[in-house]
Design a protein around this ligand. Structure first.
Ligand code: CP
Length: 362
């Protein structure tokens, strides 16, 4: 990813400084390849950064960004659309309101499917750019991070929590009672820590314990509704929007709308706090925070381009093709798991952390 991230390191918009565009990588790596963006839900960052990434790599992009102007409006189901579009492109990026949609699509498509968000499920490429942002800030190891807001319906925090567990992060889940992190995710995080300790063996587990929560040690998790109580405890606040569109009852949304608001006043409690947000935001981060040294969310959004360039080049570049050919050969014997000719990026956590840890030991 580093090689795609030169220039505009500050993540500023075009025209906000001198020479930000200089040094940005462009390549012919994916010349002749076509990416299909199928977005059944609104998107700005994910769709446009995938499109930018593909074009910077010399490829081309097809877009289905409105269900009203495609045959979805005539009643075509997702399976038929996926089977059809597979024939038009080399990879599909899918955003869909239904959890598990990408997994289903990956089982039907003849090309790789990348999950760009499946309902309240997962958003794995967002997690990659979140991790990349943390890495660039030197915060990925021994991280103490609060995931704040809608932890029930927020797909970004589901994917991010799984990933941070692999780095031994200490996680603070901050949400209204009604929007707690799903129990299944919390159980997976607990189980992953236990499974990894077991896999590492007693001696290594002892060493890891002595060193604190190091990489691969699983996650320590705390849960609260009180944001002010954790501000001094963490390095990063990862703030999320309350996902209004996912509430079955608008009255329930109104009860929790505006539950948290990050202001300059809050930052006085911890001046080094890094503020991240997958965006879009509504009112959970005051605009006055944007100009502070704490704000990272626009830089974070910028990293969507180099990170997705890395995803696409891994999947569709020469190495990706060789890897898929190898996996197809292996696939005959591992067919029961399905979807393996598609990149792991295309699966929206089809296996829990517990299952993945077990698989890795095979
Ligand atoms: N972070 C994110 O998924 O943004 P979009 O909904 O704009 O794609």
């Amino acid at each position: 990813m580093e090689k795609f991230a030169r220039g505009r390191e500050q993540g500023r918009g075009r025209g906000e400084g001198e020479g930000e565009r200089e040094g940005e990588e462009e390549s012919d790596l994916l010349k002749g390849k076509i990416l299909a963006n199928l977005f059944y839900e609104p998107s700005t960052r994910t769709r446009l950064s995938f499109e930018t990434a593909m074009k910077r790599l010399g490829g081309e992009v097809l877009n289905l960004y409105s269900t009203e102007t495609s045959s979805v409006a005539k009643g075509e189901n997702l399976a038929d659309t996926i089977r059809t579009v597979s024939g038009y492109c080399d990879a599909i990026v899918l955003r869909h309101p239904r959890e598990g949609a990408s997994r289903m699509a990956a089982s039907l498509a003849s090309v790789p499917v990348i999950n760009a968000g499946d309902g309240a499920g997962q958003h794995p490429t967002q997690t990659l750019l979140d991790l990349y942002t943390l890495k660039k800030e030197g915060l990925l190891e021994n991280l103490r991070i609060a995931l704040v807001g809608d932890l029930k319906y927020g797909r970004t925090v589901h994917s991010l929590a799984y990933a941070l567990a692999l780095y031994g992060a200490t996680l603070f889940f901050v949400s209204p009672e009604a929007l707690r992190m799903p129990e299944e995710v919390k159980m997976d995080l607990q189980a992953a820590g236990a499974a990894e300790a077991e896999a590492a063996g007693a001696a290594e587990a002892e060493a890891a314990g002595a060193a604190g929560a190091g990489a691969g040690a699983g996650a320590e998790v705390f849960e609260t509704s009180d944001l002010s109580a954790v501000v001094k405890e963490v390095d990063v606040l990862y703030v999320t929007r309350i996902q209004k569109e996912r509430f079955p009852d608008p009255a329930e949304y109104r009860k929790v709308a505006g539950a948290y608001r990050v202001t300059r006043g809050l930052l006085k409690e911890n001046e080094d706090l890094v503020i991240m947000h997958p965006l879009p935001r509504v009112d959970e981060i005051d605009a006055a925070v944007d100009g502070t040294k704490n704000a990272r969310y626009f830089k974070q959004a910028f990293y969507g381009v180099p990170v997705r360039m890395a995803v696409l080049s891994t999947l569709l570049g020469a190495g990706g093709e060789r890897r898929r050919e190898g996996e197809e050969k292996q696939g005959a014997s591992k067919n029961a798991r399905g979807n393996r000719r598609n990149s792991g990026v295309g699966e929206e956590a089809p296996r829990t952390l517990r299952e993945r840890t077990a698989d890795d030991r095979e």
